[in-house]
Write a protein that binds this ligand. Structure first.
Ligand code: ADP
Ligand code: ZN
Ligand code: MG
Length: 509
């Protein structure tokens, strides 16, 4: 679907989006209420015990590190931490849930009333019509609570992830009982791009805190999106659909874009939206109904009788706060203040993963703070393009910080031109060779020797009397023609700054 469809739909309709984000606490050594190890995959049903298998009489013991991680997550997202909190039982019957209830939280979550400020740069045509390109929007966080993850169902013979057509189902409880943090946002999000940026920023915060590996493909971070539409100007909320099964940020964006268009078309055609859960099919690029609200469960929540409630003292909460690392927003601010790079650069460097900012700071340490902007330029242009084209992360690239620092140095010292630097970059990204060695090997050195340049300049001036006339008659723009001629004669290796100086001197005379 073209982005323009979404853009034109958003002119008349406003989308309202709220996210529910589950994050497995994969950084913990053990599960939520037992001592079983936490890891991805493995031989099915090997990381289990009577507690996480829900054997009668087995008692849960809460994992202190999981509660600390959740409180830390709440503090990092401006939440209020509950002084009094407790777990509840959420009752439902499904084969992936061995106890027939899930230990979760209900009206007393550990964290509530937070927010995250999200920077939204561009989304082609599908911007909010009520905002300029490049804005910051505050997304409210309703709550963050802690629960235990379920097991995994494998439906044999069916199409992947769906029960339709399956002959039988297998269940693996290795994941059952893993600490799972659920964050719920207010319905404050207005575009697919805002949703994507929110989820990306949240992931970066979780990674900074070290609570999870946040791997969307492996399901350690799972984003469900609630979305409704309403005519612009309307303040009442429309009926929402909940979309599941997005396993990348791109899927989250695309699923929302499709669902918004689908809902508005439905309404434009005189139909109505039914409250339901919809499944995103990334291959077919569409959502389809999974189950309607009529089948909604009554979970009969009640306080977990096998665990006492929690009372957090203000001192304990402050002691957790003291362990907060530098968060992406703080890092962004510091890069701007310490290195004088533009807001845009700092936003990009701190916006997608932790490695870019680390790379930048390492390169600046080597190359010097005065080259910070030049280093950032190379990273935002050459490095980003190279990473995108190769489909790799900065950690997987052959380009390391010292190479970028050296490359920038070669340009600033006038050894190579910025045009040559592009070639050197391409070669070092390909080979992993140091830029100095590439320049040496390819004899790329830029000619800055004034004598050699003067010789060529004089020759070019003598050969083009008409243009000289024009220049001296006041058409100074014709200097570009001379620069081009000199450059061509010198195989593009002349230092353009010196060429310009010599030309101006000789022509002006
Ligand atoms: P439910 O009762 O279906 O669980 P909640 O009120 O708990 O719904 O909200 C779940 C999520 O859906 C939250 O992220 C919330 O912001 C979002 N949400 C609620 N109502 C709407 C709506 N009308 N349109 C879009 N999102 C909504
Ligand atoms: Zn266990
Ligand atoms: Mg709810």
């Amino acid at each position: 679907m073209a982005k323009d469809r979404l853009a034109s739909v958003l002119e008349r309709w406003e989308a309202v989006i709220g996210l529910e984000i589950h994050t497995e606490l994969t950084a913990l050594n053990t599960k939520m209420f037992c001592g079983c190890p936490v890891a991805f995959g493995g031989e099915p049903n090997t990381r289990v015990c009577p507690v996480c298998l829900g054997m009668p009489g087995a008692l849960p013991v809460p994992n202190r590190a999981a509660i600390e991680a959740t409180v830390l997550a709440g503090l990092a997202t401006n939440c209020t931490i509950a002084e009094w909190s407790q777990f509840h039982r959420k009752n439902y019957f499904y084969p992936d849930m061995p106890k027939n209830y899930q230990i979760s939280q209900y009206d007393l979550p550990f964290c509530a009333d937070g927010f995250l400020d999200v920077e939204v740069e561009h989304d082609g045509a599908a911007q909010r019509p009520d905002r300029d390109a490049g804005y910051t929007t505050r997304i409210g966080i309703t709550r963050i609570h802690l629960e235990e993850d379920t097991g995994k169902m494998i439906h044999v013979g069916g199409s992947e992830g769906r029960i339709a057509g399956a002959t039988h189902s297998l269940v693996d409880f290795n994941r059952a009982g893993t600490g799972l943090m659920e964050l719920v946002t207010e319905p404050d999000i207005r575009t697919p791009e805002e949703a994507r940026r929110f989820a990306q920023k949240l992931r970066l915060i979780w990674l900074t805190l070290g609570v999870s590996d946040c791997n969307m493909e492996e399901g350690s971070m799972r984003v469900d999106a609630n979305v409704s539409v309403r005519p612009r100007g309307e303040t009442e909320l429309g009926t929402k659909a909940e979309i599941k099964n997005m396993n990348s940020f791109k899927s989250l964006h695309d699923a929302l874009a499709h669902e918004i268009v689908r809902q508005t078309e439905e309404l434009d055609n005189g139909g109505r939206i039914v409250q339901e859960t919809r499944h995103w099919d990334a291959g077919a690029k569409r959502t389809s109904s999974l189950r309607s609200k009529e089948e909604a469960h009554d979970y009969r929540y009640f306080p977990e009788p096998d665990m006492v409630p929690f009372e957090f003292s203000a001192e304990w909460i402050e002691s957790v706060r003291a362990t907060l690392p530098e968060l992406p927003d703080e890092k962004r601010r510091r890069l701007i203040d310490a290195y004088g790079i533009p807001v845009h650069d700092a936003t990009v460097l701190t916006g997608d993963d932790l490695d870019m900012a680390e790379f930048f700071e390492a390169a600046v340490t080597i190359g010097g703070a005065e080259r910070a902007k030049a280093i950032s330029n190379v990273m935002l242009n050459d490095l980003s393009m190279h990473l995108n084209a190769a489909g790799i992360s900065v950690a997987e690239s052959k380009v390391v910080p010292s190479m970028v620092a050296e490359l920038v140095g070669l340009v600033e010292e006038g050894t190579i031109s910025s045009k040559q630097a592009k070639e050197v970059f391409a070669e070092m990204a390909e080979t992993g060779d140091a830029p100095g060695a590439i320049v040496e090997l390819r004899g790329m050195k830029q000619v800055s020797d004034t004598g050699a340049i003067e010789e060529v300049v004089d020759r070019v001036i003598a050969a083009n009397p008409a243009q000289v006339e024009q220049y001296r008659g006041g058409k100074t723009a014709v200097i570009g023609f001379f620069v081009g001629q000199v450059m061509r004669e010198m195989g593009g290796q002349a230092n353009p700054k010196v060429v310009n100086e010599v030309l101006a001197r000789r022509l002006g005379g």
